[in-house]
Ligand binder design. Structure first.
Ligand code: ADP
Ligand code: TRP
Length: 321
C-alpha cells in the first residue's frame, strides 16, 4: 500500500498541521510504503520570496524529521526534485473540466483573502492530483480542508482512465475525525495564514503568549458551561495532555469556577512537554544540515524512479510514446 502526503513550505508548522496531518502520516509510515514531500511548487501560488521559500523548505524538513518522520521507513523529498510531476499535471489538465476547479473552496477562499487570481492558484488541484497519481498512491492522510482536493484527484483519475484506459490508481483520503479541524487561538480553523496558529516549535516566551491569548467566551469563569467540550482550550488540551487530565479540566469548566488563566497555563505546560523530545531532536538536526539535505536527495532519487514509471504509463496510454 502506498501512502502519500505533502505539506507546503509556506510558513512555520503548527498544531493543526501536526495533529491533522503529520502525526497520522508518521503513524502510517509503519503500515505501508510512505512517500511524504515538501510541496514547494505549490507554495509558489501564495509565496513569492525565494529566500523565504528556501528557509521554509529547510524548516519543514527539520520539523517533520524532528516530529518522527523516519527516513529509513518513509521516502521524504522535495516536490520540485521530481519535475516529472509538472508534465503529468499537463496531461491531467487536458481531461479536467473547468467546472471541477471552479467549485474548489480553497481557490474561492484565497480570492476572498485578496490573492490575485493566477492560473497557478486555479490549477493548484491539478498539480496536487499529479502529486498523488504519479506515485500510484492508495491513501492520502490530510486534514478536512484537503478532502475536496482528494475528491478532485479521484475525479480526474477516473476521467483519464475512461479516456485512455486503466492508467491510474484511485486514491482514498484518510481523515481523522477527532483532529480534522484543530481550532486556532480565535476558535476558527488553525491556519498559517489566519494569524491564529500555535506553532510546534519556537521561542517559549512567544508561544506562551499565544497560548495565553486563546479567546474564551464572554461568560464569567464562575458560570456553569454545559458546552465545555466545545471550548478551544479544552479541545487543544485533549490533544496534548493525558485523557484523564483533559477530562478533569473539562468537567471543572462545565461545573463552573475554573479560572481561564489556570486552564491556559495547564494547556501551555502540557503542550510544551508534549514536544520536549521533538525540540531536542530538532536542535540536533539543525546542527546537522548535511544529513537533512542528504535525506531529501535520497528521497528524491527513490520518488523519481517511481514517478518516471507512472509517467511513462500515462504517456503510453495517451499516445505520447
Ligand atoms: P495552513 O492552513 O496552515 O496553510 P496547510 O494548508 O499547509 O495549512 O496544511 C497542511 C496539512 O495540514 C494539510 O493536510 C491540512 O489539511 C492540515 N491542516 C492544516 N490546518 C489544520 C487544522 N487546523 N486542523 C487539522 N488539519 C490541518
Ligand atoms: N495542498 C496541500 C496543503 O495545502 C499540500 C499538498 C500538495 C498535498 N500536494 C499534495 C497534500 C498531495 C496531499 C497530497 O495542505
Amino acid at each position: 500500500m502506498r501512502i502519500l502526503s505533502g505539506i507546503q513550505p509556506s510558513g512555520a508548522l503548527h498544531l493543526g498541521n501536526y495533529f491533522g496531518m503529520m502525526k497520522p502520516a508518521i503513524e502510517l509510515q509503519d503500515r505501508g510504503e510512505a512517500f511524504y514531500f515538501i510541496a514547494d511548487y505549490h507554495s509558489m501560488t501564495s509565496l513569492f520570496d525565494p529566500a523565504e521559500r528556501r528557509q521554509n523548505t529547510l524548516d519543514v524538513a527539520l520539523d517533520f524529521l524532528a516530529c518522527g518522520l523516519d527516513p529509513q521507513k518513509a521516502v521524504f523529498f522535495k516536490q520540485s526534485d521530481v519535475p516529472e510531476v509538472t508534465e503529468l499535471t499537463w496531461l491531467l489538465s487536458t481531461v479536467t473540466p473547468m467546472g471541477l476547479l471552479e467549485r474548489c473552496h480553497s481557490y474561492k477562499d484565497k480570492l476572498a483573502k485578496g490573492f490575485a487570481p493566477s492560473h497557478g492558484l486555479f490549477a493548484y488541484p491539478v498539480l496536487m492530483a499529479a502529486d498523488i497519481l504519479i506515485y500510484d498512491s492508495n491513501l492520502v492522510p490530510v486534514g478536512q480542508d484537503q478532502k475536496q482536493h482528494v475528491e478532485v484527484t479521484r475525479d480526474i483519475a477516473i476521467k483519464f482512465n475512461e479516456q485512455y484506459g486503466q492508467t491510474f490508481v484511485i486514491p482514498e483520503p484518510e481523515i481523522r475525525e477527532s483532529v480534522a479541524k484543530v481550532p486556532g487561538t480565535d476558535g476558527e480553523k488553525m491556519s498559517k495564514s489566519y494569524g491564529n496558529a500555535i506553532e510546534i516549535f519556537g521561542e517559549e516566551k512567544v508561544l506562551r503568549k499565544k497560548v495565553m491569548s486563546i479567546v474564551m467566551d464572554s461568560r464569567s469563569p464562575a458560570e456553569a458551561k454545559p458546552d465545555a467540550d466545545k471550548n478551544n482550550a479544552i479541545q487543544l488540551l485533549k490533544l496534548v495532555a493525558p485523557t484523564a487530565v483533559a477530562q478533569d479540566f473539562e468537567d471543572r469548566l462545565r461545573a463552573g469556577g475554573l479560572g481561564y488563566g489556570d486552564l491556559k497555563k495547564a494547556l501551555f505546560e502540557h503542550y510544551w512537554n508534549c514536544f520536549a523530545d521533538a525540540r531536542k531532536q530538532r536542535a540536533e538536526l539543525a546542527a546537522n544540515r548535511d544529513f537533512v539535505h542528504q535525506v531529501l536527495r535520497d528521497g528524491a532519487t527513490k520518488a523519481r524512479a517511481k514517478a518516471q514509471e507512472v509517467l511513462k504509463r500515462a504517456r503510453r496510454a495517451s499516445g505520447l510514446d
